[in-house]
Design a protein around this ligand. Sequence first.
Ligand code: 3IX
Length: 217
Amino acid sequence: MFYYGGMTIDLASAGNAEARQAALAALGQQTRELIDAVVLTEVPEDEITSVTAELAALTGRLRALRRTSPQPFEIGPDGTPRHVGNAVAGPVNPHALPLIIESTPERTVRAELAFRPSHEGPPGWVHGGVTAMIMDHLLGHAAAVAGSAGMTGTLSVRYRRPVPYGEPLLATAEHTRSEGRKSWVDGRIALPDGTVLVEATGLFITPSDWVGRFDPA
Ligand SMILES: CCCCC/C=C\C/C=C\C/C=C\C/C=C\CCCC(=O)SCCNC(=O)CCNC(=O)[C@H](O)C(C)(C)COP(=O)(O)OP(=O)(O)OC[C@H]1O[C@@H](n2cnc3c(N)ncnc32)[C@H](O)[C@@H]1OP(=O)(O)O
């Protein structure tokens, strides 16, 4: 059993849906490709209208049976927590990059990533809110692997250089200190040569009802 936010997750039942999770992840990825096709398309107007009608039909098919909330936090088949519906890291959520995070033996975290054209803010560059969202999640994950899972209290972002899309980047973060239920985490997004584009510091607070519920792997 795994306890999360008042819910109890049954480890056995979480493993039974892998084929469905894979199918949903494929749908999520196809939808990401659709989103980028939409923002880049130069097809004629009548074709846009025709595709829009087809998409409305497809949307109706998916809505035929639906949940009332996104896919939940659960224990994956490898025994670690996962949240396939998460807005930043969830493979099933088309809104998510998705961010694929690795933990190091030192309990820091890293993620190789590449933004897409649909993340554009300033012409030719990634929107600062999108990079802040990535930082928020990665720093939160670093707090969790350090044994201090929490909600974001504050997030401070310094935008040092504009962030390109379509290029490989590296995001890293590490827990720096804790005082009671408060933990501080630093992180950054950099080019492969180490040039830092975005720096962030976050304060994560473990809600009192989470204390003792999450034991990091
Ligand atoms: C989200 C999933 C987490 C899952 C965890 C489980 C497993 C983890 C595994 C993997 C996790 C992976 C990744 C990612 C995790 C997270 C990343 C994204 C997170 C988010 O996207 S999250 C959404 C945005 N976030 C919110 O939606 C917060 C809304 N808010 C609240 O839920 C409460 O507000 C809360 C809980 C923050 C505090 O509530 P509380 O009642 O526990 O705190 P309380 O008042 O007792 O204060 C205690 C001491 O913190 C100080 N303090 C309080 N709030 C502060 C603040 N904002 N700034 C500075 N200091 C603050 C006080 O001043 C006092 O300080 P002092 O003790 O020194 O007096």
